[in-house]
Structure formats: structure tokens, C-alpha cells
Design a binder for this molecule. Sequence first.
Ligand code: ATP
Length: 906
Amino acid sequence: MPAVNEPVANTAASAEPPRWHALTVEDVFQRVGTREGGLSPDEARQRLRQYGPNELAAFEQTSAWHTLAAQFKNVLVLILLAATVVSGLTGHALEAVVIAVIVLFAVVLGFVQEYRAERSLEALCRMAAPTAHVLRDGQQLTIPAGEVVPGDVVLLHEGDRVPADARVTAAFNLALDESALTGESTAVRKTPMPLAADALPIGDRSNMTFAGTLVARGRGSAVVVSTGTRTEFGAISRLVQTVSSGPTPLQENLDRIGRLLGKAAAVIVLMIVGLGLWRGAPLLEMFMFGIALAVAVVPEALPAVVTISLAIGVRRMVKRQALVRRLPTVEALGTISVICSDKTGTLTRNEMTVRQMLVGGRLVTVTGTGFEPIGAFLDADAQPMLISGDVHDALKAAVLASDAQLRFHDGQWHIDGDPTEGALIVAAAKAGLDHEELAAQCPRVDEMPFSSDRRRMTTLHQVSGERIAYGKGAADAVLAGCERQQVDGRDVPLDDRDIERVKDIERQWAAQGLRVLALARKREASMADAERGMTFLALAGMMDPPREEARMAVETCESAGITPVIITGDHPLTARSVAAELGMRTGRVVTGAELEAMSDHDLARSVSDIVVYARVSPSDKLRIVDAWQRRGSVVAMTGDGVNDAPALKKAHVGIAMGITGTDVSKEAAGMTLLDDNFATIVAAIEEGRLVFANIRKYLGYLLSSNVGEIVLMAGATIAAVPLPLTAVQILYVNLATDGLPALALAVDPPEGDLMRQQPRNPRAGIFTPALTTLIVVGGLWSGLINLGLFMWLLRSGRPLPEAMSLTFVSLVLIQFFKAYNFRSDHHSVLRAPFRNRWLNAAVGWEVVLLAIIVQAPVFHAAFGTFSLSWPEWVLVTSLAATIVPVLETVKWLQRHFPAIVAKNSP
Ligand code: ATP
């Protein structure tokens, strides 16, 4: 086909691109070589090869070389390199080689860490890539926006981001927010009408949609004329796929702490070196020693480790179906204290089935399960009934005013589109009404699409010379526009008593957890007056069972000190019933109308008592977030529509729905639920808490080790004994500690009580009294025990190199024992001590390395070691092991006397 109608879009040959806005829809179809049902999959593939992906620029990868080179920008690495050169030039060749090897290890470690973090961020970018809805061979498909090609027919819905420049082929109340392109903030109405052939400015091309703009309302379809860099958007700017990796508050905080500790360490190092020189130590030796000590005690890896931990958290969250787009979100997730969640689909399964109907004043029960169109209609006595004219007319209205489609594939019945509509279509199919047949008999000519604010939808149809409007929606919204009702095939007046009766039944059904919709019709209608003076046809009550896993997640929230709140457009009683079924705490149910009557002050005062907000519109969500935030809570808020975006942005963590959410909501949110499931939010919070807990473990261990080294060195200087370690030994200790064991702590498995603690106060720093006590006591003990060992060895007449070597081994071993202790700041180390397989492997490997450099004579000169005898190994290991009972005692005191040593919760 393209041979006949070679698409002209994008071809280099067409110097002046066609004025698409001046062509008729048929002309556009012809020129881009496509048709109403879209391209075939083969044509699409061929065009993708021909025109390339619909992207503005190839994804820029940070090259491995770049990352490697960046390692050498680190000041400490540079100092060490300088030290290598100085050692080499002054005849200390062996030392130079050892330091060079240590630098190499440090660089490789830094490189591997950063490389992995970068790759996971890139993977994130790819996963967060937008999608587009297209027709291919008449079938609606959702594809990555990058695969859209010229000639594709794209379907546009409220909240979509337009994937490419396209000519509108159909529009229902369609309006686009083109501010990204034109700066104009009011939405622009779109129609398929051809325009004059002039060169119109973009803002006036009302039959074109442009890549990067947003569907503000309505729905429509358009045929793509140009993609990628050839779009208007591509011409003016680059669309950046935003996965921000800017510093998080925690990173900034740690950066500050790191700098502060660095300065303090530098002062201590200068003092030790100064004292040494004053006592007459050789200048070069003190210079090398000073550098080594500085490198060892400055926690230079801190910010990088935070990034890595956050990135690891992101990966673990994706495995649990939560896609996080920004690193600060991972951090904020760990502090969430309130989750404001939608009901339908998030807390419930979104598998609707019509159970009850009120038609022509009679109650009807519908049987059957799921979307399978098999079931019976039973009368009030539970006897099967013939489908009356009233039931038929009501279901016809339901089908015609719906967009969803019922399909059978892979041995199952599925709904494409909104499950609420799906339930109505299935009920109609049970009564023998086929939606495709009906749609062909009564073609739709116009519509007022559904929106959460209007809570209803109305369509206009051409039925044998007459225009009839059909509508469905929330009962109060639809009934407000009804003047009559259909009973036994006749239109009769609908008085206040009738309305009260209908509402009474709605309340009864809602109290059982059913979602209730009303159906209506208007004959001889025009779109302008379609929603006034309608005839009420029926109420339909549909069941949407709560998700089993949501019930458990609510329970977890309870123990984790997190308050779940339901915010729904549904009926208050339906919402209350779902809340009760999920085991949520009882509290106030507030409707949108009541909320409106409340001042911000009143709301902030009573917000913690309210568990359900019903019949609210998305704009109310902003006030609810605000009220919680004023109380100091950290709020997560879910949303799927265009109007949810402001609340998603305002919440600490905005959460979009991966399946039903609009592009707008996904872009505004920090996290997307790939399975739209409430339980996933709770899982992500657990991962967020884990990330923070592990950063604390890492940090505690690292600092406690540094304190131990400083106490040992400073202690020796003050006690006027020789320095207990050589420069190379200090560097080795630093690498053995800061390297693998510390990293293994950053991936420690969760402690069982992670979700049994109150949420962390985001303003409280990382150093809680419990952690600080452990750091200080652990550091002091390590420093003193090693200093004691060193001085005792010297007193007992051991040669200095041997005393140094034994102290070195004892120091390294004590750090390994300490690593296990820092797996928790309150639990005993004896509780599942070897659960962290990474730590076991890291320590195992380091012990083997230590044994080699101590026992193998080839390393003796370089590391200043000598082969230890068995009793000596036993001695240093036993001394090192004393750190365990000491830290255990601290933890025991903290657990049993929390008042003395303040507990870690804020
Ligand atoms: P949640 O906010 O928890 O997802 P919800 O799905 O009920 O709840 P909305 O989608 O805003 O929220 O729907 C609000 C009301 O509009 C519903 O209670 C229902 O009465 C009505 N409604 C929902 N879907 C449709 C639809 N496709 N057509 C007409 N009316 C609908």
C-alpha cells in the first residue's frame, strides 16, 4: 500500500511540508497513506524503520569511561596519587606500589558503585517512558510513544500527552492544553474541520494536535503526520524525560555532616602529625602517615552511598510494582504517615458486576459473576423473569452511553475500557443486547464525556430520524436532570416522593457496598439541552469487591502508625461499607458538600478524625493534603485524572495509577503503581523505610570505625608511644572496612519490626541518641582495646613492627565484628546474626585477604606484617570479639531503660 500512497510526511523530498490544517480528513489519510482503522502492524514496523523512533534525541548514556574518569576528580584520590609519586621519588618504591594498588581498588569500587547507580536510573527512565493509544488494523493498542509512526491513528483521551503532530479526525468536546508549545494557558477547542490554506500560527490550527501538548478535556482521534524531531515541539526544544537525580534532603544533610566530620578529622590529623613532628618523627614518614589517616577518617563515600542505597531502593520497589521517578520520593516514602487513597480499583478490585436494578419501580436481581455475559434476571420473588421493555430500554441506554467494549480472548471475557461501563455492558449482554449491533443501529453523533467533576456522561444518537440522548452517572447527578420516569413503557411524571424512594434504594444498596448508577434518556434532544428534562430509566447497583491484599495492607498501616484515608467520587455509604470491610478504623465520613462548607481552619482541626471523603471532586484533594500537612503529617496521595495533578504535586509523595492513570497524573506524581494496588503503596513505604534504616546502619558502622581509628592514633600520640600503624596499614584498614562490609550493610535485609514502628519524623536527623551512643561506645572501645594491646606488647618487649602488626590485625578484626553489631541499633546481634548473606561473603573474603597478607611472607615487607602463631591469632580474635558484649550491653540498656538512653523514635 505505501507504494501507491507513499506518505509524504517527514520525507526529505517535501521541502515545504503540506499545510495539513487546510486539507480534509480524507486528503490527509490519502497523503500519509493510511485509513480510518489505522496502519497494519507490518506497515507500522516498516515505517518505524523508515522514519526512526518518535523521540527527540537518542537517550544519552553516561559512558563507562566518563564514570571512570570522574573517579579521579575526587580530591582524596588525587592526594593519594600524589603520595604515591612522593613515595616513589623518595625511594619508597614498595610503599608506592602498595598505595597505588589501594588507590586502584578505591577507584574501581567507586566506579562500580556509581556505574550501577547510573544504569538503574537509566532503566528507570526507560520504564517511565510514555505510552500512546493507537488503532492498528482497527484494533485499539497501547504502545510506547516512541513507536508511533506517521500514518498512525492515535486516540486521545482526557489527560493524555499527545505523542506526535497529528491532524484531528474526530473530536468530542476535545480541548488541548498547548501551553508547553504556545505559552497560552487556556485550553484550545479542537475540531476536524479543514481551515483556510494560510500559514496559520500554531495556536490557531484548531484541527491539529501537537506533540508534547496535553488533552485537557474530552476525547477524539487524530492521524499522525510527523514524529520525533520533525514535530513542532522537536523544532523548538528538546523534550526531556525527567527522572531527576538531584540531591535529596538526606543527601544534602549527609553532605553537610560529611564536610563537618571531614574538617574535624583534618584538625585531629594535623594535631597528631604536628605532635609527631614535634617529637622528632621524620618529616616524610609523618607526611605519608598524615595523608593516610586523613583518607581513612574522612567519610568521603557518604553521598555516593546514599545515592546507591536510594537507587537500590528504587530497583526493589519496581520489583514490588512501584515505579519511582525521583530519588527524593524514595526517601519521602520512608516517612509517610498518611495515605490518601482512591477507592475504586486501588482498594477494590475494579471488577464490577451489576447485581441489582430498580426498573419501572420494580426491583430486579441480576445473577452471574465477573465479565462473563451469562446470568439471569430475577424478580422480587427470586423467580426468573422475562426481559421487560423497561429493562430493555434501561440497558440500551447503558450500552449506548458507554465506550467500553466486551471482548472474548485467551479463553476469557475481558473489558477494554472503564470497568463500570463494562459491568453495564455485561448486564445488557445477559439480556441479549449486543453493544456493537446497537451502536450500528443508533450511531453516536455527539457526547458530553464523563468526568469526575460532573460524575455523569451523556451521548446523543441518531435513531431513525430522531436524536435521542442517553445518559448514565451518579444517581444524584442524573436525577437532578430528570423530570419524568419510564414505567411499563410509558413516560410518567417523577415527583419528589418518587425521587426520595429512588434515593432510599440507592442508600440501601450503597450501605451494602454497591456502586450505584442511574440511567436516563431524552427524546428529541440536542446536545445543549440533553442533560435537562430527561426520563429516569433505572438504577443499577454494582458490586466491586475489596482487594484481599488491601485488607492486609490496611492492617500493616495500623501497626506502622500510618493512617489510611479514602477519597472517592462514590456514594458515602458505599465508601463507608468498603472502609469497614477493609478493617479501617471507624471515623467520620465527610461528603464533598460538607467539605465545601468547612473552613480551612476547621478542616485542619478535624482532619485526623475523617477516614472517608465521598462524592468529592479531585480539586478537593488539594485541601485535604494541605490540612494534613498543616498538622505536620507526611502525606501520600493517589490520583489518576488531569484534575488530580495539583494534589499529586502538593503531596509529599504523589502516586499515579499505572493502568488507569492519565499521562498528566503520571507526570505530576513521584511514583506510579504498576498494578494500581493500595498494597503496593504500603510495600513501597516498607522499602523506603528499609533504605533509610540501611543508610543508618552503614553510616553508624563507618563512623564508629573511624572513631576507633582516631582514638587509637590520638591516644598513642597523647600517651607518647610510637604510632601504632603504618600509612599502608591505615589505608588497608580503611579499604577493608569502608569497602565491601559497609556496602553489604547498605543491602541488609529488613528487620522484622520495620512496619511495627511509628513513621520517622523527617525533620529528626539521622543521628538518633541510640545510634550516636553505639557509634561513640563502639569507637571508644575499639580505640582503647587496640591501644591497650599495642602498649602491652611494647611493654612486654615485643619489637615495634610486631606490636604494630598485631594491633593492625586486631583493628581489622574488630571492625568485622562491629559490622554485625551495626545491623541493628536495638536488636541483639544474636538474633539471626548471619541473615545478611552479602555481609557474610564480604567479611569471609576480607578475612581470607587478611590471612594472606599476614601469613604469606611476600606481603610482609609491603604491609609491615609477620606470620602470626595460632595463639596470637586466638589472642587478637578474642580481643576483637569483646566488642560484641560491649555493644550488646549498650543495646540491652537502651531496650530496657529507654528513658536513660533516649530511644530512637522521634
Ligand atoms: P475513586 O475516586 O475511588 O476512584 P470513583 O471511581 O467512584 O472513585 P469517579 O471515577 O470520580 O470516582 O466516579 C464518581 C462517580 O461517577 C461514581 O461514583 C459513579 O457514580 C459515576 N461514574 C463513574 N464512572 C462513570 C462512567 N463511566 N460514566 C458515568 N458515570 C460514572
